[in-house]
Design a protein around this ligand. Sequence first.
Ligand code: C5P
Length: 214
Amino acid sequence: GRTAALIPAAGSGTRLGRGPKAFVEVGGISLLARSVAALAPLVDEVLVALPAGMDLPPGLPARAVEGGDTRQQSVARLLAATGADVVLVHDAARPFLPGAVVGALLEAVAETGAATVALPVADTLVRGEGGLRVEDVPREDLWAVQTPQAFRRELLLRAHAQARAQGVAATDDAGLVARLGFPVRLVPGDARLFKVTAPGDLALAEALTRVWDA
Ligand code: C5P
């Protein structure tokens, strides 16, 4: 079947403080262009949700859709704009996407219908209250969820429809599918898939480009 990559890139980048985040450059290439370049060779089409009034930079092999007020709305609009059998959702804010990760994810989604890239948690985890450590949280069985995430399109459409009907918000799409009661396969991710969120992440990304682009 056909596969579409859906890239929500309509965030305002408030925490980064550099304008719409997808257009911020590291190593001279925008976060968005990096994600598009990683995905375009591996899928049949690439759709990008952009902030209202913004256009795709020239030359990107992708189609633009106007984003919504939240990430979830932006993904819903992207979903409505494709007829692909399988959709792969990837945050523009995660510009370093190894091809092997996409390959493993697409194999997993062919089996289960829903899969997400995630990293086993390496740090000790605790719950804090008022700046004090109050409780240890066992980290066995805990994963940090990343993107990309892949789904049979019909399944993600149902998950978004239910979330809308119930007024539910989730920070990722696999969470909405899990809420429907469907299994979501965890595919080992990659530390390089970290999300560029705060100014310090930008310095890390800038440094990584020197290895990644070499
Ligand atoms: O804000 P955060 O970093 O969690 O956003 C994750 C991804 O969702 C980013 O790539 C951002 O551009 C996108 N997003 C969106 N539409 C929104 C808010 C965020 O496409 N309204």
